[in-house]
Design a protein around this ligand. Structure first.
Ligand code: SAM
Ligand code: MG
Length: 214
């Protein structure tokens, strides 16, 4: 049978990136997506905004929803201070398998715990299973209709502390209107839009950064 896009992305990494070098893994994936096949990674342009938010927050605990092939996982993990707990969640086993290989190729396997499962099942158990109190930084990039129910689960299960930062991708394209309306109107968040473009295109898209005020 024909290979899948994630498998072809992994091949491009193995062929063109330097083992143990996260920057070269990121570049190899961006090159593949610009010149061979579009893929739903956060990409280089929004990736720079992601990088700057991670650096600014300098989190001790990180959660990513939606690993796909591990592109954003590598971007985030390479910037974390030693000892940071980083959990990334993916419910597609085939994508998770590729992500594990790409994360390991970048040499970042000891900085990340990849959990296979659905966000809505995992969030209620995450404190107990992973010894987390609250997350300093959360990157939302899974299916867009889950952003709102999952932020409500974070609140319900006490996973946000004063100063926690949520960063949501694709708030314009494909769009997350209910989530945006919620974070922009709730008095518990201070929210700001970062304009950019859909990965590997010129289509308008952006990230929403929401600071939890407690
Ligand atoms: N963050 C990745 C990056 O920038 O490299 C891209 C993630 S991709 C846009 C979304 C991924 O979320 C898909 O691989 C999909 O299988 C996964 N996903 C969607 N809904 C999910 C859920 N509720 N729980 C866990 N994974 C989910
Ligand atoms: Mg995205």
């Amino acid at each position: 049978t024909r290979s899948t896009r994630p498998q072809r992305m992994l091949k491009a990494v193995q062929k063109n990136a330097i083992r143990g070098n996260p920057e070269s893994v990121i570049s190899a994936i961006d090159y593949f997506c610009k010149h061979s096949e579009w893929a739903m990674n956060v990409g280089d342009e929004k990736g720079c905004i992601l990088d700057s938010v991670v650096t600014e927050v300098d989190p001790s605990t990180v959660l990513e929803l939606g690993t796909y092939c591990g592109y954003s996982t590598v971007r985030i993990a390479r910037l974390l201070s030693p000892g940071t707990k980083f959990i990334t969640v993916e419910f597609n086993p085939a994508s998770a398998e590729v992500a594990r290989k790409i994360i390991a190729y970048a040499g970042l396997q000891d900085k990340v715990t990849l959990v296979e499962g659905a966000s809505g099942d995992l969030i209620p158990q995450i404190k107990k299973l992973y010894g987390i109190t609250t997350f300093d930084f959360i990157f939302l990039d899974h299916w867009k209709d889950r952003y709102l129910p999952d932020i409500k689960l974070f609140e319900e299960y006490g996973l946000l502390g004063k100063g926690s930062v949520l960063l949501a991708d694709n708030v314009i394209c494909p769009g997350t209107p209910e989530y945006l309306e919620y974070v922009r109107n709730s008095p518990r968040y201070e929210s700001r839009y970062y304009p950019s473009h859909l990965e590997y295109t010129k289509v308008e898209d952006g990230l929403e950064k929401s600071l939890f005020l407690g």
